[in-house]
Design a protein around this ligand. Structure first.
Ligand code: ZN
Ligand code: FE
Length: 255
């Protein structure tokens, strides 16, 4: 079973170290900054052999070159669609590809919306999804390069993964996302309970990430654009999920 270590970088970003204990293979996901990720690997006695990039934004790739330089033979894995704007990529991946990490492997999902080339990495045997800035705890990424239709399709694909999947996203945005979600459905008991937990974790400076996909399905408004109750609540009874999703995203952008 994959050992996963969360590394907070650049303020509110999360990078991750993944260690496959049979072979010792270690990967760093979205190292926005090299120093804290290398320090965390060193503290664990792990040697980074792979960097997995979800998308081209600087806060996700900023440390990749320095990690590659510091770790002999380290390969950088990144979306094929973004090769022109991510430096030093060794392995370009597209939808349905697999990436081996020792005895385990990830399946690549192309999930456009936040950026055109965004991918997610799903370690099926380990119930771990690295969702970058596509799916956040209680939220989703802004639509910088994609349409609401694309993002809804991307999120719907991730939502179809098993309930027990743990979602490791790219930022600690959960407290803010909880406030927004409550503005849509203030009487939702499941959401209220989660928002209380998030608030307590935030005060205690504990991470609210990862979260189980089942909890996201139940409480993340961006995964509920096809829920007729939520649509009605937004004054969009009978509208298609793409329209409902676009409205939720629009409201979040001005929240
Ligand atoms: Zn981003
Ligand atoms: Fe980001």
């Amino acid at each position: 079973m994959l050992e996963i270590k969360q590394v907070r970088v650049l303020g509110d970003n999360y990078a991750y170290l993944l260690h496959e204990p049979q072979t010792g293979a270690t990967a760093a996901v979205d190292p926005g900054d090299a120093e804290p990720v290398l320090a965390a690997a060193e503290a664990m006695g792990w040697r980074i052999g792979t960097v997995l990039i979800t998308h081209h934004h600087a806060d996700h790739i900023g440390g990749a070159a320095a990690i590659k330089a510091a770790c002999d033979g380290c390969r950088v894995v990144a979306p094929a669609a973004d090769l022109h704007r991510i430096p030093d990529v060794d392995v370009a991946v597209a939808d349905g590809d697999t990436v081996d990490l020792g005895e385990t492997h990830a399946v690549v999902f192309e999930v456009p919306g936040h950026t055109a080339g965004h991918v997610a990495y799903w370690f099926m045997a380990d119930d771990a999804l690295f969702s970058g800035d596509t799916l956040f705890a209680l939220g989703c990424g802004r639509l910088f390069e994609g349409t609401a239709e694309q993002m809804w399709r991307s999120l719907s694909r991730l939502r179809a993964l098993p309930d027990e999947t743990m979602v490791y996203c790219g930022h600690e945005y959960t407290a803010q996302n909880a406030r927004f979600a409550l503005s849509l459905t203030p009487d939702d008991d499941a959401l209220k309970a989660r928002a209380d937990e998030v608030a307590a974790a935030t005060v205690a400076k504990r991470p609210t990430v990862p979260s189980p996909l089942a909890l996201e399905k139940a409480t993340n408004p961006f995964l509920r654009a096809d829920d007729p109750e939520l649509a009605a609540r937004l004054g969009l009874a009978g509208a298609d999920p793409e329209t409902v999703f676009a409205e939720i995203r629009r409201r979040k952008d001005v929240f």
